[in-house]
Design a protein around this ligand. Structure first.
Ligand code: SF4
Ligand code: SF4
Length: 488
């Protein structure tokens, strides 16, 4: 069967509505976005219209707002979201996390992945269609701008096929300048997430020669996003994103996906003027009128009537397109809808399966552990280590002393006066170079201290010590170290 040849018993779809010709038999043998010899097949999806598209548009405005505003919104002085890899400081919902919170981070990651597993098992790729930044930026920002500048799919196709002219140059130039500007904004937003607003501000306002690395990243991110949204597009979901790949291991016949109701639709054939639904049924035809509108709007170029496919990002465009067709021919909406395979085959409602129960149990345990770790997380984290290579020294009044290096992470916003006390033996801690050790808010502070002890209080060559860390007079926690003295 040739690519454009329709399946037996059906008529070819009208040319004007078809993004590409579809062969219903060989869709598993090659990608919808590639020709048989492996070259890219550029897609011209029609602009969707309908209730799902409207809801997704509203949702995308909210998420885009959060994405762009995230690093600028402050909660108690800290950014709502920040992943400062250079200073190794992370802010989530205004709480600052440090590399020392690695266990918390690991549990958060496990919780996230368990959440994805249970979510995907239950709701398929709802994330991809509604909340994934790639889909949102591509379909709700760049694609909409493209429709606005170049027109709908037919106009775009005609423009690309036309020879170069002043009009074509003007349209293409406006589009790509706009795309580059947007990519610059997105790239800078990513940079703010990575380095924080203050650093970005200094890159922008300071002498560029002092920020060559930062500027390099700015340019690289801009070009990267431009390449993704102007050229790479749906291939990011098909080739790069691992989520689509492992969904096959997570989906089952009870998972909610965007699905074509083949029981209702098959026996597809074009609708004849004046043909009533009863006439169609009497002639053995289903509700699918083979108009190919669901294919024409698909941003990944697939035909949802072939079943669940890896390329499907659950964007709901085909649901809207088909609902529009059903409205016009007087049939109920939902020939393409959110449903499970069992829902379509046997009319079963969406179920909470044993697999979901197992995942939910693991997820609940992980969330509980995460909450426990967050609640028991201390405001001050301290490392108290003997200075490398040092032994003991003689101190005043016949005492001996050991030198220690102390690092304190103050996870609170305010400055904290830190005190150290030897808890398990008589002894004292002297901060070097300052009468008091102050740890600035949300910063790592370092100092050196001497622990002084009377030789009679030592237990031998090495004496275990418990050092209490006090902030504002309140003991935060106790660290263990050792004191080295003369051999007795
Ligand atoms: S839009 Fe609906 S009626 Fe048209 S081809 Fe797709 S499934 Fe069939
Ligand atoms: S098949 Fe439908 S839901 Fe899936 S990507 Fe295409 S248009 Fe979106």
């Amino acid at each position: 069967m040739k690519i454009s040849e329709p399946r037996e018993g059906t008529s070819p779809p009208p040319e004007s509505t078809v993004t590409r010709a579809v062969n219903w038999e060989d869709f598993r043998e090659h990608l919808a976005t590639a020709t048989r010899d492996g070259r890219r097949r550029w897609l011209y999806p029609k602009q969707p219209a309908g209730r799902w598209y409207r809801w997704r548009t509203w949702m995308s405005w909210v998420l885009i707002g959060v994405m762009f505003a995230g690093p600028f919104i402050r909660i108690q002085g800290n950014p709502l979201l920040m992943f400062n890899l250079i200073e190794r400081r992370f802010s989530i919902l205004g709480r600052i996390f440090w590399p020392q919170d690695a266990i918390l981070f690991a549990v958060a990651m496990l919780t996230f992945f368990a959440g994805i597993m249970i979510f995907t098992t239950a709701f398929g790729r709802l994330w991809c269609g509604w909340t994934c930044p790639q889909t949102i930026m591509m379909e709700m920002v760049f694609r909409k701008l493209e429709y606005w500048i170049e027109g709908d799919s037919q106009a775009q196709r005609a423009l690309d096929a036309a020879p170069w002219s002043a009009r074509k140059l003007r349209i293409k130039l406006s589009k790509h300048v706009l795309f580059l500007t947007l990519s610059f904004l997105i790239g800078n937003t990513l940079l703010v997430y990575l380095i924080g607003t203050d650093q970005l501000f200094s890159i922008v306002t300071d002498d560029p020669r002092n920020h060559l690395v930062g500027l390099g990243f700015m340019v690289a991110f801009t070009l990267l996003f431009y390449a993704i949204f102007a050229r790479f597009r749906e291939q990011a979901c098909t080739f790069i994103c691992p989520y689509g790949r492992f969904q096959s291991a997570l989906l089952d016949e009870n998972t909610m996906v965007v699905a074509y109701d083949h029981r209702r639709g098959e026996g597809r054939t074009p609708w004849r003027r004046g043909q009533s639904p009863e006439m169609r049924r009497a002639e053995g035809h289903g509700d699918c009128v083979n108009c190919n509108q669901c294919v024409a709007v698909c941003p990944t170029g697939i035909d949802i009537r072939n079943g669940v496919q890896m390329e499907c990002v659950n964007c709901t465009a085909c649901m809207d397109a088909c609902d529009g067709v059903m409205d016009r021919i007087g049939r109920p909406r939902g020939l393409v809808r959110y449903a499970s395979l069992n829902g379509i085959q046997r009319g079963e409602p969406l179920r909470f399966t044993s697999r979901m129960k197992l995942y939910a149990g693991v997820l609940t345990a992980l969330i509980s552990l995460f909450v426990f770790l967050v609640l028991t997380r201390t405001d001050v984290e301290t490392t108290f280590l003997r200075a490398p290579g040092s032994l003991f020294q003689a101190a005043a009044e016949g005492r001996i002393s050991n030198l220690y290096t102390v690092k304190v992470i103050n996870k609170t916003r305010g400055e904290l006066p830190i005190e150290f006390r030897v808890e398990n033996r008589p002894g004292r801690v002297v901060v070097l170079g300052a009468p008091q050790f102050l740890a600035s808010g949300n910063r790592l502070a370092e100092t050196s201290v001497l622990v002084e002890m009377d030789p009679k209080d030592l237990l031998g060559a090495t004496t275990p010590l418990h050092i209490g860390i006090y902030a504002g007079g309140r003991r935060i926690h106790t660290v263990k170290t050792a004191f080295v003295g003369p051999r007795s």
